[in-house]
Design a protein around this ligand. Sequence first.
Ligand code: SF4
Ligand code: SF4
Length: 328
Amino acid sequence: MNIMLTNRCNGTCQYCFLKGELAQDHGVPKDITLEDFHTILKYAHHLFSLGSIDSLNLMGGEPTLHPKFREILKASLTYKTKKSGFMPVSIFTNGLFPEETGKLLQQEGCRVMVNVNHPLSYPECHWNMLHKNLSILTETIASEPWVTLSLNIDRADQDFEYLLDLCQQYRIKKIRVDISRPEPNKRNTHIKMEDIPGVMPLLVNLAQRCKQMGIEMNTDCCLPICGISNEQLQSLEKSGVELSFKCSGGIDVTPDLEIWHCAPLRSIKFGKITDYPDGVALVKEIARKTAPLRWNVSSKESCKDCKWWTLKICQGGCLSSKKMDGIF
Ligand code: SF4
Ligand code: SF4
Protein backbone atom coordinates (compact mmCIF):
# COMPACT_ATOMS: atom_id res chain seq x y z
CA MET A 1 0.00 0.00 0.00
CA ASN A 2 1.42 3.38 -1.04
CA ILE A 3 0.53 6.46 0.97
CA MET A 4 1.17 9.80 -0.70
CA LEU A 5 1.99 11.96 2.32
CA THR A 6 2.25 15.20 0.38
CA ASN A 7 2.05 16.53 -3.16
CA ARG A 8 5.03 18.83 -2.56
CA CYS A 9 8.26 17.95 -4.31
CA ASN A 10 11.69 19.56 -4.58
CA GLY A 11 12.65 17.50 -7.63
CA THR A 12 12.00 18.08 -11.33
CA CYS A 13 11.87 14.57 -12.87
CA GLN A 14 10.48 14.93 -16.38
CA TYR A 15 9.18 11.33 -16.36
CA CYS A 16 7.19 11.83 -13.12
CA PHE A 17 3.86 9.99 -13.40
CA LEU A 18 2.34 12.54 -11.00
CA LYS A 19 2.76 15.43 -13.44
CA GLY A 20 -0.23 17.72 -13.05
CA GLU A 21 -0.89 16.55 -9.45
CA LEU A 22 2.08 18.15 -7.69
CA ALA A 23 1.95 21.43 -5.80
CA GLN A 24 4.53 22.83 -8.23
CA ASP A 25 2.11 22.14 -11.12
CA HIS A 26 -0.98 23.86 -9.74
CA GLY A 27 0.22 25.79 -6.70
CA VAL A 28 -1.95 23.95 -4.15
CA PRO A 29 0.14 22.09 -1.55
CA LYS A 30 -1.62 19.17 0.09
CA ASP A 31 -0.28 17.36 3.17
CA ILE A 32 -2.07 14.45 4.76
CA THR A 33 -3.32 15.22 8.28
CA LEU A 34 -2.08 13.09 11.18
CA GLU A 35 -5.65 12.04 11.88
CA ASP A 36 -6.16 10.84 8.30
CA PHE A 37 -2.82 9.07 8.37
CA HIS A 38 -3.88 7.11 11.45
CA THR A 39 -7.14 6.21 9.68
CA ILE A 40 -5.19 4.77 6.73
CA LEU A 41 -2.91 2.88 9.10
CA LYS A 42 -5.93 0.93 10.39
CA TYR A 43 -6.70 -0.29 6.86
CA ALA A 44 -3.04 -1.07 6.24
CA HIS A 45 -2.73 -3.03 9.49
CA HIS A 46 -5.80 -5.06 8.66
CA LEU A 47 -4.47 -5.95 5.19
CA PHE A 48 -1.01 -6.70 6.60
CA SER A 49 -2.39 -9.04 9.26
CA LEU A 50 -4.23 -10.93 6.47
CA GLY A 51 -1.08 -11.13 4.35
CA SER A 52 -2.69 -9.02 1.60
CA ILE A 53 0.09 -6.40 1.68
CA ASP A 54 3.69 -6.94 2.70
CA SER A 55 4.74 -3.36 3.43
CA LEU A 56 3.66 0.21 3.82
CA ASN A 57 5.29 2.62 1.42
CA LEU A 58 5.48 6.30 2.30
CA MET A 59 5.80 8.40 -0.81
CA GLY A 60 4.99 11.81 -2.25
CA GLY A 61 5.84 14.07 -4.03
CA GLU A 62 8.82 13.99 -1.71
CA PRO A 63 7.51 12.42 1.52
CA THR A 64 10.17 13.95 3.78
CA LEU A 65 8.80 17.43 2.93
CA HIS A 66 5.68 16.67 4.98
CA PRO A 67 5.84 19.06 7.97
CA LYS A 68 5.09 16.16 10.36
CA PHE A 69 7.22 13.52 8.66
CA ARG A 70 8.95 12.49 11.90
CA GLU A 71 5.64 11.82 13.71
CA ILE A 72 4.24 9.95 10.72
CA LEU A 73 7.33 7.78 10.45
CA LYS A 74 7.28 6.91 14.15
CA ALA A 75 3.56 6.05 14.01
CA SER A 76 4.13 3.76 11.00
CA LEU A 77 6.97 1.87 12.66
CA THR A 78 5.22 0.96 15.89
CA TYR A 79 2.67 -1.52 14.58
CA LYS A 80 3.31 -5.18 15.31
CA THR A 81 1.16 -8.30 14.94
CA LYS A 82 1.73 -11.51 16.87
CA LYS A 83 1.75 -13.54 13.69
CA SER A 84 3.68 -11.34 11.28
CA GLY A 85 5.75 -9.06 13.53
CA PHE A 86 6.39 -5.46 12.54
CA MET A 87 4.90 -4.15 9.32
CA PRO A 88 7.87 -3.16 7.13
CA VAL A 89 7.90 0.50 6.16
CA SER A 90 9.63 1.83 3.05
CA ILE A 91 10.31 5.45 2.19
CA PHE A 92 10.34 6.39 -1.51
CA THR A 93 12.45 9.53 -1.73
CA ASN A 94 14.56 11.59 -4.12
CA GLY A 95 17.26 11.81 -1.43
CA LEU A 96 17.11 15.61 -1.30
CA PHE A 97 16.52 16.27 2.38
CA PRO A 98 18.40 17.81 5.33
CA GLU A 99 21.05 15.70 7.09
CA GLU A 100 18.83 15.33 10.22
CA THR A 101 16.24 13.50 8.11
CA GLY A 102 18.92 11.16 6.79
CA LYS A 103 20.05 10.44 10.36
CA LEU A 104 16.45 9.80 11.43
CA LEU A 105 15.93 7.29 8.61
CA GLN A 106 19.25 5.63 9.37
CA GLN A 107 18.44 5.32 13.08
CA GLU A 108 14.92 4.04 12.55
CA GLY A 109 16.17 1.33 10.17
CA CYS A 110 13.27 1.58 7.72
CA ARG A 111 13.84 0.63 4.12
CA VAL A 112 14.71 3.56 1.90
CA MET A 113 14.40 3.66 -1.88
CA VAL A 114 16.28 6.59 -3.37
CA ASN A 115 15.32 7.60 -6.87
CA VAL A 116 18.37 8.89 -8.71
CA ASN A 117 18.57 10.67 -12.06
CA HIS A 118 21.56 11.49 -14.23
CA PRO A 119 24.05 13.74 -12.38
CA LEU A 120 23.84 16.42 -15.08
CA SER A 121 20.13 16.92 -14.36
CA TYR A 122 20.85 18.24 -10.82
CA PRO A 123 22.12 21.62 -9.70
CA GLU A 124 25.50 21.03 -8.01
CA CYS A 125 24.10 21.70 -4.51
CA HIS A 126 21.46 18.96 -4.97
CA TRP A 127 23.96 16.42 -6.28
CA ASN A 128 26.22 17.13 -3.26
CA MET A 129 23.22 16.79 -0.94
CA LEU A 130 22.33 13.44 -2.49
CA HIS A 131 25.88 12.16 -1.95
CA LYS A 132 25.91 13.36 1.66
CA ASN A 133 22.59 11.65 2.36
CA LEU A 134 23.64 8.39 0.73
CA SER A 135 26.72 8.38 2.93
CA ILE A 136 24.55 8.93 6.03
CA LEU A 137 22.01 6.27 5.02
CA THR A 138 24.69 3.67 4.37
CA GLU A 139 26.82 4.44 7.44
CA THR A 140 25.82 1.14 9.00
CA ILE A 141 25.30 -1.74 6.64
CA ALA A 142 22.43 -3.90 7.86
CA SER A 143 22.33 -7.63 7.14
CA GLU A 144 19.44 -7.05 4.73
CA PRO A 145 20.06 -4.45 2.00
CA TRP A 146 17.85 -1.62 3.19
CA VAL A 147 18.92 1.14 0.83
CA THR A 148 17.83 0.61 -2.77
CA LEU A 149 18.61 2.90 -5.67
CA SER A 150 15.88 3.41 -8.23
CA LEU A 151 16.24 4.09 -11.95
CA ASN A 152 13.45 5.15 -14.31
CA ILE A 153 14.04 4.58 -17.98
CA ASP A 154 12.45 7.06 -20.36
CA ARG A 155 14.94 6.77 -23.25
CA ALA A 156 16.47 3.79 -25.01
CA ASP A 157 19.94 5.35 -24.99
CA GLN A 158 19.87 6.27 -21.31
CA ASP A 159 23.10 6.14 -19.31
CA PHE A 160 23.12 4.05 -16.11
CA GLU A 161 26.83 3.90 -15.24
CA TYR A 162 26.46 6.70 -12.68
CA LEU A 163 23.99 4.52 -10.75
CA LEU A 164 26.43 1.60 -10.62
CA ASP A 165 29.18 4.01 -9.52
CA LEU A 166 26.96 5.14 -6.62
CA CYS A 167 26.26 1.50 -5.70
CA GLN A 168 29.99 0.83 -5.60
CA GLN A 169 30.84 3.99 -3.70
CA TYR A 170 28.18 3.41 -0.99
CA ARG A 171 28.20 -0.42 -1.00
CA ILE A 172 24.56 -0.53 -2.09
CA LYS A 173 23.53 -3.98 -3.25
CA LYS A 174 20.06 -3.48 -4.63
CA ILE A 175 18.52 -1.49 -7.47
CA ARG A 176 14.96 -1.17 -8.71
CA VAL A 177 14.40 -0.39 -12.38
CA ASP A 178 11.30 0.40 -14.36
CA ILE A 179 10.42 1.93 -17.67
CA SER A 180 8.52 5.18 -17.32
CA ARG A 181 4.72 4.80 -17.67
CA PRO A 182 2.43 7.49 -19.10
CA GLU A 183 0.37 9.61 -16.72
CA PRO A 184 -3.28 9.98 -17.85
CA ASN A 185 -2.63 13.14 -19.92
CA LYS A 186 0.73 11.87 -21.18
CA ARG A 187 2.55 15.02 -20.06
CA ASN A 188 5.53 13.08 -18.69
CA THR A 189 8.29 11.55 -20.77
CA HIS A 190 7.50 7.84 -21.02
CA ILE A 191 8.09 4.74 -23.08
CA LYS A 192 5.26 3.97 -25.48
CA MET A 193 4.06 0.40 -25.87
CA GLU A 194 5.56 0.17 -29.38
CA ASP A 195 8.93 1.43 -28.14
CA ILE A 196 9.36 -1.24 -25.44
CA PRO A 197 11.43 -3.60 -27.68
CA GLY A 198 13.83 -0.69 -28.22
CA VAL A 199 14.61 -0.35 -24.48
CA MET A 200 15.03 -4.07 -23.81
CA PRO A 201 18.74 -4.13 -24.80
CA LEU A 202 19.37 -1.46 -22.14
CA LEU A 203 17.52 -3.50 -19.51
CA VAL A 204 19.42 -6.68 -20.44
CA ASN A 205 22.76 -4.86 -20.43
CA LEU A 206 22.04 -3.31 -17.02
CA ALA A 207 21.00 -6.68 -15.58
CA GLN A 208 24.27 -8.25 -16.81
CA ARG A 209 26.34 -5.44 -15.28
CA CYS A 210 24.47 -5.79 -11.97
CA LYS A 211 25.06 -9.53 -11.91
CA GLN A 212 28.81 -8.98 -12.49
CA MET A 213 28.91 -6.48 -9.61
CA GLY A 214 26.88 -8.59 -7.18
CA ILE A 215 23.95 -6.17 -7.21
CA GLU A 216 20.40 -7.51 -7.02
CA MET A 217 18.19 -5.93 -9.68
CA ASN A 218 14.40 -5.92 -9.53
CA THR A 219 11.93 -4.60 -12.04
CA ASP A 220 8.68 -3.04 -10.95
CA CYS A 221 5.62 -3.07 -13.20
CA CYS A 222 4.71 -5.49 -15.93
CA LEU A 223 5.88 -5.68 -19.55
CA PRO A 224 4.22 -7.18 -22.65
CA ILE A 225 5.60 -10.64 -23.44
CA CYS A 226 5.86 -9.87 -27.16
CA GLY A 227 8.11 -6.87 -26.42
CA ILE A 228 10.91 -9.20 -25.32
CA SER A 229 12.81 -11.78 -27.35
CA ASN A 230 13.40 -15.26 -25.98
CA GLU A 231 17.12 -14.59 -25.91
CA GLN A 232 16.54 -11.47 -23.81
CA LEU A 233 14.26 -13.40 -21.46
CA GLN A 234 16.93 -16.07 -21.00
CA SER A 235 19.61 -13.48 -20.37
CA LEU A 236 17.46 -11.69 -17.77
CA GLU A 237 16.72 -14.97 -16.06
CA LYS A 238 20.44 -15.81 -15.93
CA SER A 239 21.02 -12.40 -14.35
CA GLY A 240 18.42 -13.21 -11.69
CA VAL A 241 15.80 -10.72 -12.93
CA GLU A 242 12.20 -11.84 -12.79
CA LEU A 243 9.75 -10.06 -15.06
CA SER A 244 6.01 -9.86 -14.59
CA PHE A 245 3.39 -9.71 -17.33
CA LYS A 246 0.35 -8.68 -15.33
CA CYS A 247 0.20 -6.20 -12.48
CA SER A 248 -1.54 -7.02 -9.27
CA GLY A 249 -3.94 -4.44 -7.92
CA GLY A 250 -1.98 -1.69 -6.26
CA ILE A 251 -3.45 0.63 -3.65
CA ASP A 252 -2.38 4.27 -3.67
CA VAL A 253 -3.89 6.68 -1.14
CA THR A 254 -3.61 10.44 -1.75
CA PRO A 255 -3.37 13.20 0.91
CA ASP A 256 -7.15 13.70 0.40
CA LEU A 257 -7.72 9.95 1.07
CA GLU A 258 -8.64 9.30 -2.57
CA ILE A 259 -7.88 5.79 -3.79
CA TRP A 260 -6.03 5.02 -7.00
CA HIS A 261 -5.01 1.63 -8.41
CA CYS A 262 -1.75 3.45 -9.25
CA ALA A 263 -0.78 6.98 -10.30
CA PRO A 264 -0.84 6.31 -14.08
CA LEU A 265 -4.38 4.92 -13.72
CA ARG A 266 -5.72 7.74 -11.56
CA SER A 267 -8.49 8.59 -14.02
CA ILE A 268 -10.29 5.48 -12.69
CA LYS A 269 -12.14 6.63 -9.60
CA PHE A 270 -12.57 4.53 -6.46
CA GLY A 271 -13.74 7.25 -4.06
CA LYS A 272 -12.15 7.67 -0.64
CA ILE A 273 -10.67 4.98 1.56
CA THR A 274 -13.25 5.79 4.22
CA ASP A 275 -16.02 4.77 1.77
CA TYR A 276 -14.96 1.15 2.42
CA PRO A 277 -15.69 -0.77 5.62
CA ASP A 278 -12.23 -2.40 5.56
CA GLY A 279 -9.18 -3.08 3.42
CA VAL A 280 -10.59 -6.34 2.04
CA ALA A 281 -13.61 -4.55 0.53
CA LEU A 282 -11.25 -2.04 -1.05
CA VAL A 283 -8.98 -4.69 -2.59
CA LYS A 284 -12.00 -6.52 -4.01
CA GLU A 285 -13.40 -3.35 -5.57
CA ILE A 286 -10.07 -2.46 -7.21
CA ALA A 287 -9.81 -5.98 -8.67
CA ARG A 288 -13.45 -5.95 -9.83
CA LYS A 289 -13.22 -2.59 -11.52
CA THR A 290 -9.89 -3.10 -13.30
CA ALA A 291 -10.58 -6.65 -14.54
CA PRO A 292 -12.47 -5.52 -17.71
CA LEU A 293 -9.62 -3.19 -18.65
CA ARG A 294 -7.11 -5.96 -18.06
CA TRP A 295 -8.86 -8.78 -19.89
CA ASN A 296 -11.55 -7.27 -22.19
CA VAL A 297 -9.66 -4.33 -23.71
CA SER A 298 -6.74 -5.21 -25.95
CA SER A 299 -3.65 -3.00 -26.22
CA LYS A 300 -3.24 -3.82 -29.88
CA GLU A 301 -4.91 -5.95 -32.55
CA SER A 302 -2.54 -8.88 -32.05
CA CYS A 303 -3.62 -9.30 -28.39
CA LYS A 304 -7.05 -10.49 -29.53
CA ASP A 305 -5.63 -13.74 -30.95
CA CYS A 306 -2.79 -14.05 -28.49
CA LYS A 307 -2.60 -17.17 -26.35
CA TRP A 308 -0.86 -15.27 -23.55
CA TRP A 309 -3.88 -12.97 -23.26
CA THR A 310 -6.35 -15.86 -23.51
CA LEU A 311 -4.46 -17.65 -20.74
CA LYS A 312 -4.46 -14.45 -18.66
CA ILE A 313 -0.68 -14.59 -18.49
CA CYS A 314 -0.03 -11.28 -20.30
CA GLN A 315 -2.43 -8.37 -19.71
CA GLY A 316 -1.09 -6.49 -22.75
CA GLY A 317 1.40 -4.20 -20.99
CA CYS A 318 0.61 -1.33 -18.65
CA LEU A 319 -3.12 -0.69 -18.30
CA SER A 320 -2.50 3.03 -18.73
CA SER A 321 -1.76 2.37 -22.43
CA LYS A 322 -5.25 0.98 -23.03
CA LYS A 323 -8.30 2.89 -24.25
CA MET A 324 -10.69 3.33 -21.34
CA ASP A 325 -13.61 4.87 -23.27
CA GLY A 326 -16.80 2.97 -22.66
CA ILE A 327 -15.31 1.02 -19.75
CA PHE A 328 -15.47 3.68 -17.02
S1 SF4 B 1 -1.31 -10.23 -24.91
FE1 SF4 B 1 -0.81 -8.60 -26.35
S2 SF4 B 1 0.94 -7.56 -25.41
FE2 SF4 B 1 0.77 -9.58 -24.43
S3 SF4 B 1 2.09 -10.93 -25.60
FE3 SF4 B 1 0.05 -11.10 -26.47
S4 SF4 B 1 0.03 -9.63 -28.16
FE4 SF4 B 1 1.73 -9.09 -26.82
S1 SF4 C 1 -1.33 -0.17 -14.58
FE1 SF4 C 1 -0.13 -1.80 -13.72
S2 SF4 C 1 1.72 -1.81 -14.98
FE2 SF4 C 1 0.73 0.15 -15.31
S3 SF4 C 1 1.69 1.55 -13.81
FE3 SF4 C 1 -0.17 0.72 -12.89
S4 SF4 C 1 0.52 -1.05 -11.70
FE4 SF4 C 1 2.13 -0.56 -13.17
